[in-house]
Design a binder for this molecule. Structure first.
Ligand code: SUG
Length: 417
């Protein structure tokens, strides 16, 4: 029996606002702010609790070793002596955004009937380019069962940012689906982070049926407006595609191809006249978790910022009141992550699989979340100044915090991955 499990990245103790992602407007604007790692991680725990309360299944991915001494050693540097920009890049907690961990093709879609995961290389941003090694180690533990195939990264220079640029539509989780890969060609002043050849490579490696696989270009306008990943302007689940009018370069052709591949598709498009691209991106309306509740109802889990943006909230209320395909809206507070451009959907990696085939250390219930929250309360720094990342006391605290968490979760083999 296949189910969707959302694996949320636990916000690491080094969470800070160093402004490392050009094209991610929230992160750029937050540069220099004092961050609150403890509050950030507890927001993430509260989001997971809310998902459990909705009857959804929940998993976790763990904070990475930061600073990343191995990466610095490859650069011939050590943390204390490294230039400030390398210190910040080695210290980032960006692995929290699990939607960028991997691309996942569930078993019903693949040639060999196994669930395939390809770890994302994240080569476009230096601070994210050294995530894949530890992500791969975690995926190989969590999905060690023969029901899964875990692939290494697509080689550079073909940038791959994982599930954030991938959507799956299927009548039910355990039925064969349509997989949609969204790539970028140009983004105006900003980098296009998903290379088309990376998307093609992942689809080939996963053994997807070309008749049920679409490759779609993200609009340049969307990237230039701050949609550095497709999941900032579109999200899909079940029979529903929820997208902004300006998300795709050629939406008419994409919609026609989708309708041909899946006649029962419901395309919910938000027009620019109702919600501008700027408001969609500032509110993260589309960086929502579009989920199927246990009773079969589609629900949208949006960040507080969507409720704070009047035309966005009006659109949502009107959609639900007007009997639109999305039947329910839930609001979660992930403001610390949002300050770095990471909404509810960025924080999770969806894996459709038999839950019994997953290493149980990567699954959570309320009791396990209590244990994680206790470690966060005791060990996570309350505040971090991105201008002072070189402070040896902070480094010691961050390293200890992660170690205590991995010990509490019984995943000590990852301490030195
Ligand atoms: O890659 N922010 C992340 C946010 C990722 C959001 N994920 C999805 N859309 N799925 C990024 O831009 C900022 C970190 C810093 O500046 O320190 C950052 O990496």
């Amino acid at each position: 029996m296949l189910a969707e499990i959302n694996f949320d990245g636990i916000v690491g103790p080094s969470h800070n606002f160093a402004g490392l992602s050009p094209g991610n407007l929230a992160a750029t604007r937050s540069r220099g702010r004092i961050s609150n790692p403890r509050a950030a991680a507890l927001e993430g725990i509260a989001k997971m609790r809310a998902n459990l309360a909705l009857g959804l299944r929940q998993g976790i991915l763990l904070p990475h070793a930061r600073p990343d001494h191995r990466w610095l050693a490859d650069l011939g540097a050590d943390f204390a002596g490294a230039a400030p920009h390398l210190q910040a890049q080695a210290f980032s907690a960006s692995a929290m955004w699990a939607a960028n961990a991997a691309t996942v093709s569930p078993a019903p879609d693949t040639g060999d009937g196994r669930c395939h995961l390809s770890v994302a290389n994240l080569v476009t941003m230096p601070h994210r380019s050294h995530e894949w090694q530890e992500t791969l180690a975690q995926l190989r533990l969590a999905f060690a069962d023969p029901a899964f195939v875990v692939h290494g990264p697509v080689p550079a220079p073909f940038g791959d940012e994982g599930a954030a640029n991938h959507m799956r539509l299927a009548p039910s989780h355990d039925a064969p689906g349509i997989e949609v890969f969204v790539y970028g060609i140009s983004g105006g002043p900003y980098p296009a982070r998903q290379h088309p050849d990376a998307s093609y490579a992942v689809a080939r490696r996963h053994g997807l049926d070309p008749a049920r696989t679409l490759f779609v270009q993200q609009s340049e306008q969307a990237i230039a407006a701050g949609a550095f990943h497709n999941d900032v302007v579109a999200v899909a689940n079940g029979r529903i595609l929820f997208a902004h009018e300006y998300a795709f370069a050629d939406k008419d052709r994409f919609y026609a191809d989708l309708r041909a591949a899946m006649p029962e598709i419901e395309i919910v498009e938000v027009s620019a006249a109702k919600v501008s691209l700027a408001d969609a991106i500032a509110s993260y309306l589309f960086n929502a978790q579009l989920v199927t509740l246990p009773d079969g109802e589609p629900a949208l889990i949006v960040p507080e910022e969507a409720r704070d943006t009047p035309n966005v909230w009006r659109w949502l209320q009107a959609h639900v009141a007007g009997n639109g395909p999305i039947r329910r809206v839930e609001v979660v507070d992930v403001r610390q992550s949002m300050g770095n451009g990471g909404g509810p959907a960025c924080l999770r990696l969806r894996v459709v699989c038999d839950p019994a085939s997953v290493d149980p250390r990567f699954l959570v219930d309320e009791a396990r979340l209590d244990a994680i929250a206790a470690v966060i309360d005791a060990e996570w720094p309350e505040a971090v100044d991105s201008e002072a990342l070189g402070d040896p006391a902070l480094v010691g605290r961050v390293e200890r915090a992660r170690r205590v968490l991995l010990e509490a979760l019984g995943t000590v083999e990852l301490i030195d991955r």
